[in-house]
Design a binder for this molecule. Structure first.
Ligand SMILES: [Fe+2]
Length: 300
């Protein structure tokens, strides 16, 4: 790590501020320092006042290849890799995704190759009594897994689950949270359900990460529906415990980068119609490797 870059933990099990990154002209050492901080802390915050969309794209590309977008109607004109996340309407139309992150999730887990890092740039932050609202909460999939009883960890390691974008949209719709049109037949065909390991191996740290989410996991495969539902409800409640969390209070000009393999996240919708505007870029991760394969290799 370069001496110029400093990493300061927030004192929670995940989350740190990274200072000294030259976001306008990042070096290989800057990227290495950010990746290293992400491996150690799962979520990092950078202050990037005045950062422009091309610089945002460059930072993302320096960390990992970009994730191809499938839901492109809210991309920033001229910057197709960048999605606008906002509740703002212009001429009666939303200018960005207005319902992103209402359930705990990891980005793109319904893809064969889910997102690795997400980079969210806060531009317009709602406030109440002089304090920012519209926080983003993060929880550690690593610490949550480690805190489970040994017999449950062993059982989960042998299981697979289904991640489903259609399930996600239907769940939001049933809760009255959906602020986008229903999926078209083509979108459903483009995003079939995928089978994922319940516990995956982190490609950098080698640690086991719990990989079921309230937003996207429709079932544990091989279990009766009721047993699957009960196990998922238990795991989601376990993951939601404050002891595994960091909650980010946004300042305009924050860039929050998180590792979707190591942490889950949730957007807090507590700001009503106050305008909120963010820019998001996602990067492409590997095919998830079951933790069970790691264990098998270790014993052969
Ligand atoms: Fe998200």
């Amino acid at each position: 790590m370069t001496e110029r870059v400093q990493v300061e933990s927030f004192g929670t099990v995940i989350g740190a501020e990274v200072k000294g990154v030259d976001f306008a002209n990042p070096s290989a050492q800057d990227f290495a320092a950010v990746r290293s901080a992400l491996d150690a802390h799962g979520v990092v915050v950078l202050r990037v006042p005045g950062m422009q969309p091309p610089q945002h794209v460059r930072l993302a590309e320096g960390l990992a290849p970009l994730q191809p977008l499938f839901y492109g109607q809210f991309t920033l004109p001229g910057t197709p890799a960048l999605t606008i996340v906002s509740n703002i309407r212009e001429n009666g139309q939303h200018i960005g995704l207005a319902d992103a992150g209402m359930l705990w999730h990891t980005d793109g887990s319904y893809n064969r190759c889910p997102d690795f890092y997400s980079l969210l740039h806060g531009l317009e932050i709602p406030q109440q009594d002089g304090q920012p609202i519209g926080d983003t909460a993060f929880t550690s999939a690593v610490h949550a897994f480690q805190a489970l009883p040994a017999d449950m960890r062993a059982r989960l390691t042998q299981l697979t689950c289904t991640h489903s974008f259609e399930f996600h949209i239907e769940k939001k719709r049933s809760k009255g949270q959906l602020k986008r049109p229903p999926l078209t037949a083509q979108q459903k065909a483009d995003l079939p359900d995928v089978v994922q390991p319940v516990v995956r191996r982190h490609p950098n740290t080698g640690l086991p990460c719990l990989f079921v989410s309230e937003g996207h996991t429709s079932k544990i495969n091989g279990l009766a529906q009721q047993e699957s539902d009960e196990l998922l409800e238990f795991l989601w409640a376990h993951l939601r415990q404050p002891r595994f969390q960091y909650r980010h209070k946004w300042r305009s000009g924050d860039l929050v980068i998180w590792d979707n393999i190591a942490v889950q996240h949730l957007a807090i919708f507590d700001y009503g119609d106050q305008p909120r505007r963010m820019h998001r870029i996602g990067t492409l991760g590997p095919v998830p490797v079951p933790w069970a394969e790691q264990l098998a290799q270790a014993t052969t």
